[in-house]
Every structure is written in structure tokens, then in C-alpha cells.
Write a protein that binds this ligand. Structure first.
Ligand SMILES: [Zn+2]
Length: 402
């Protein structure tokens, strides 16, 4: 958690949370005089924490000064661990992508397999960036299992039954020989999605839904990621919308994920086919029955595929409407493979659900849109979260030097 004791630290985090900000805006934002802005910025620049550049403006005349975090303060590794392997990226402190590497493996084959895939993916990313491992200050890791983030433990992972109470943070710290920051995958993805979407920066209250094999969420309050009392906030996928609904991977019944997760969508299709429903998906080999096939069949008028997506969109709509009602964000972004492949099928039903189920003041305020396709977002989010932890350490060191 960020601890701030002085104005310089407050201004540093303000700069850190944005790709850049105008120096002239600081006075108004914090209610401080130009002289104070000047003093604070001088301290931050002298300590090498932020850099000043001329802002890109099209109008002639003196260009305003822009501030950004010094990207060279640290180089970070970010690794997204998922069911099919590990994706690694190398970034600077500002989250700029310097290299990437990916290694496939089956998470079900065990923890050692994932640790080894993570090491290989990191080596490939470092080679791509032409940076030695000795230069890396910290590793950020995201994982989609049920995490005890404080203690760095994967309590369980629905897609890999062997993962019970795995001390994944310490295992990776010992394998990599560096400090590891672990985070929920949906929150890592939300962090990067927000950072690399300039149109989102004006929305201080925003929600990012990750619609993949499961459903997750990252919520920003006053521009900061909300984590909750035990850092378990945002588990929207396991909120119950039908107590007598289908069994969810978490053991409960009727969770949002049990309708809208890709695993649930494919399960619904398989069960419909097994029950004898007429569908073109019957001709698709079992190994090729994936979300893309279901979306294609829907667009060709297949009733089973269409029913599976309608059911998912309805559940997702209720989840988004409940979130809008509870948190009153001004922006909701739908991310992940479901949003990417089935955007038109889910976006309008979600907007309709918000209009139908939310009070007007909350519904009218909120913009709901699909994420634009981007590469490596979740791993970049991991690196950004590692960058935040590293920035905190650097800041402490710089100000206790005095
Ligand atoms: Zn559940």
C-alpha cells in the first residue's frame, strides 16, 4: 500500500498513475501555488524520479511542460500464468514494452511445469529485449486461480485440480532469484487496459470486466485500483444471480460465471448437443468446438449457438447492471476473449440490462464499450503492478536518504 508523508510523494504518484501530465495542471489539481509546484517538481526531477519534456501540442508558441515518471528507474518482468502456459514481457518503469516471450504448457501437469514455463518465457522475453536478467528489479505475476494475495498462495485453480494451497509467489521468487508481486489476473489486465487507453484517463471511477474462461473485474476508484480488505475484491464472476442455477466451478450454484464464462458457454452447447438438439455445431470435431466456432455458428443462424450466447449475455448484463448500481462508475469496458470475439452479441444486451435494471441517475452516467484489441495486456499489467511496488521502494529510499 502506498504510504505518503509529503507533497512530493503525492505529486509523484499522480504522475506515476498517468502516462504523462501537464505541469501547469498540478497547481489547480492540488490547490497549490505555482511557486510550490515549481519547488516540488524541482525536487522530483533532481532525485531522478520524474522527467520533464515539452508536451506535444499543435498550436504555435511556448510549449507547456509535461511530466512523466522516469522510465529508466527500473526494468521489470511481467508474467501472465494461464491454463495453457506463460506469457512474459519486459517493460520499463512506465510500462513500455521492451520484449516478449511465450511458452505453452498444460497447467494440469503440475506446478513445476508452470514454473519451468515461466522461466523459459522470461528468458525469451529478455532475449527479445536484449536485456540481461541481472538488470531486472522485480517480477509481477498474474494468475487466474483463487489467490491469497497477502501470503502469495494459490488456494485452488478450477482448471488445474492439482493446484491446492500452492505457495506460488515464494516458488517463483526462489526460481527467479528476485522479489515477486502476485496479482489477480483480471486486476492486472484492468490495470494495463486503463493505462494504455488514453480515452479512459478522464474516468476516475471505471470498471473493467474480464470475460474469458471465467469472469473477473478490476474497479478503479478515484483512479486507483480497488483491492478490498483481504485483496479479494472484484470477484464478480462468483456473485450468484440464480441460487438454483447451474453448478459453478467454485462449488456454488448460479454464479455469473456459470452462465457467461467461456467454459460455461461451451458446456451449454455440449449438453444441448448431447440432448439431441439440431445444430451445425454437431459437425464440428470435439477438439475444434471453441468460442470462435460458437460465434460463427450464431452468425449463420444456428439456434443452439445463439441460445448459448444469449444466455451468457443476459447473465453478464445482470452482473454489469448490479455493478453499475453498486459502484456508480462512469465507464465500463468489456475485455477478454468473449468481448473480442462476440462483441456485437454481448454489447447491446449488456447496455439494455443496465438501462432496464439500474436507477436512471447511474444508468445515464455510464458509458459501456468493448475493449479495443491489444496484445499482451495481462502481462503488461503484471509488469505495471511490479513497477508500482518497485516505485514505492525507490521513493522510500530516495526520501530517507535525507
Ligand atoms: Zn462461482
Amino acid at each position: 500500500m502506498r504510504k505518503v508523508h509529503r507533497l512530493e510523494e503525492i505529486v509523484f504518484w499522480h504522475v506515476f498513475d498517468r502516462p504523462s501530465c501537464l505541469r501547469n495542471d498540478l497547481g489547480q489539481h492540488f490547490g497549490i501555488s505555482p511557486a510550490t509546484v515549481s519547488r516540488v517538481v524541482s525536487v522530483l526531477v533532481e532525485k531522478g524520479l520524474v522527467i520533464e519534456t515539452s508536451a506535444e501540442v499543435s498550436s504555435p508558441g511556448r510549449k507547456p511542460q509535461s511530466l512523466k515518471v522516469n522510465p529508466r528507474l527500473a526494468t521489470l518482468l511481467g508474467i501472465d500464468i494461464h491454463e495453457e502456459g506463460a506469457l512474459a514481457v519486459v517493460t520499463d518503469l512506465a510500462g513500455t514494452l521492451l520484449g516478449r516471450g511465450t511458452v505453452r504448457c498444460d497447467a494440469e501437469r503440475g506446478v513445476d511445469e508452470i514454473v519451468s514455463a515461466s522461466l523459459k518465457a522470461a528468458d525469451a522475453a529478455l532475449e527479445d529485449a536484449e536485456i540481461p536478467r541481472s538488470q531486472i528489479r522485480r517480477l509481477g505475476v498474474s494468475h487466474c486461480g483463487d489467490l491469497d494475495i497477502k501470503n502469495g498462495i494459490c488456494v485452488s485453480w478450477a482448471n488445474a485440480p492439482g493446484w491446492k494451497f500452492v505457495p506460488i509467489r515464494d516458488m517463483l521468487a526462489s526460481a527467479f532469484g528476485m522479489t515477486v508481486t502476485i496479482e489477480d489476473r483480471a486486476r492486472a489486465l484492468a490495470t494495463a487496459e486503463r493505462r494504455i487507453s488514453p480515452e479512459d484517463w478522464g474516468h476516475t471511477e471505471s470498471v473493467y470486466f474480464t470475460c474469458g474462461s471465467g469472469i473477473g473485474m478490476g474497479f478503479f476508484a478515484e483512479g486507483r485500483l480497488y483491492r478490498g480488505a483481504s485483496q479479494g475484491g472484484g470477484e464478480i464472476g462468483h456473485t450468484v444471480i440464480d441460487a438454483s442455477g447451474p453448478l459453478c466451478r467454485c462449488g456454488n450454484r448460479g454464479c455469473v460465471e456459470a452462465f457467461a464464462g467461456i467454459v460455461a458457454i461451451l458446456d451449454y452447447v455440449r449438453k444441448s448437443l448431447a440432448a439431441g438438439a439440431v445444430s451445425t455445431l454437431r459437425d464440428v470435431p470435439a477438439t475444434d468446438l471453441n468460442l470462435r466456432a460458437v460465434v460463427n455458428a450464431t452468425r449463420q443462424g444456428d439456434a443452439v449457438a445463439s441460445a448459448a450466447l444469449t444466455r451468457a449475455a443476459r447473465a453478464l448484463g445482470i452482473a454489469v447492471a448490479n455493478t453499475v448500481q453498486l459502484l456508480n462508475p462512469s465507464l465500463v469496458v468489456l475485455c477478454g476473449q468473449l468481448a473480442l470475439l462476440a462483441g456485437p452479441e454481448i454489447l447491446e444486451p449488456v447496455r439494455l440490462a443496465v438501462r432496464s435494471h439500474c436507477v436512471e441517475t447511474a444508468a445515464r452516467r455510464v458509458e459501456i464499450r468493448l475493449a479495443r484489441p491489444k496484445k499482451d495486456v495481462s502481462a503488461i499489467g503484471c509488469a505495471l503492478l511490479a513497477a508500482e511496488a518497485e516505485a514505492e521502494r525507490i521513493l522510500r529510499a530516495k526520501f530517507t536518504e535525507e
